[in-house]
Design a protein around this ligand. Structure first.
Ligand code: AMP
Length: 217
């Protein structure tokens, strides 16, 4: 199953992708995670991406397209993949199509997670991420058992630089301007299924499973 998760920042794409990995045993490909690792390690890619990410802006298309082109060729993608945070612009979507055609694959489903913008701001400002394993928590909604520590590995939790309020507003504007048009793009291709990203993560996951069991018509 080759899957794209669409939706604004804070819609829960990362959480849902992790749940999908456990259920379907296919890799989650998160351009955000790949870029954050590159920034942390100070690689050439990280140096290119850092300033854009800190401001909440999108990294240039050619940079992320290069990452995806390489990643999708890895053998662990043979049984499928979950794209989380890519594509985010029309040129990225077109490049993805070209890459997949070249390697004899196609997109099976695009799931769009819908959430009200004010709710997104609330969610993102409370989000805490584990420095060690990337596990995600949320101060009011999904707090860790022990404050500041990851339930899974005990690692330290932190607030991502781009989860600060002003940056969040920029990220949401970037989403509206650049990513929202992809909803129509995939609607035209008859691949899009929308679900409501409200309620608990298990409830949202149930909706995901329901729409994935049926191919859109
Ligand atoms: P995310 O964790 O998906 O919210 O991504 C964090 C940041 O990484 C974004 O605000 C962008 O700066 C950058 N980024 C991630 N994916 C992409 C993409 N597909 N295109 C451009 N920039 C991206």
């Amino acid at each position: 199953m080759n899957l794209i998760l669409l939706g604004p920042p804070g819609a829960g794409k990362g959480t849902q992708a992790q749940m999908m990995v456990e259920r379907y045993h296919i890799p989650q490909i998160s351009t955000g995670d790949i870029l954050r690792t590159a920034v942390k390690e100070g690689t050439a890619l990280g140096k290119q991406a850092k300033a854009f990410m800190e401001k909440g802006q999108l990294v240039p298309d050619e940079v992320v397209i290069g990452i995806i082109d390489e990643r999708l060729r890895a053998p662990d993608c043979n049984a499928g993949f979950i794209l989380d945070g890519f594509p985010r612009t029309t040129p990225q979507a077109e490049a993805l199509q070209a890459i997949l055609t070249k390697i004899g694959k196609s997109v099976d489903h695009v799931v769009n997670i819908e959430v009200d913008p004010e709710e997104l701001v609330r969610r993102l400002t409370g989000r805490r991420t584990c420095k060690n394993c990337g596990g995600m928590f949320h101060t009011p909604f999904h707090p860790p058992r022990k404050e500041g520590a990851c339930d899974r590995c005990g690692g330290t939790l932190y607030q991502r630089e781009d989860d600060k309020e002003e940056t969040i507003r920029t990220r949401l504007k970037e989403y509206e301007r650049q990513t929202f048009p992809l909803i129509q793009y995939y609607q035209r291709k008859k691949l899009l299924r929308s679900i409501q990203g409200v309620g608990g993560q298990n409830q949202i996951f149930e909706q995901m499973i329901r729409v994935l069991d049926v191919r859109p018509v």
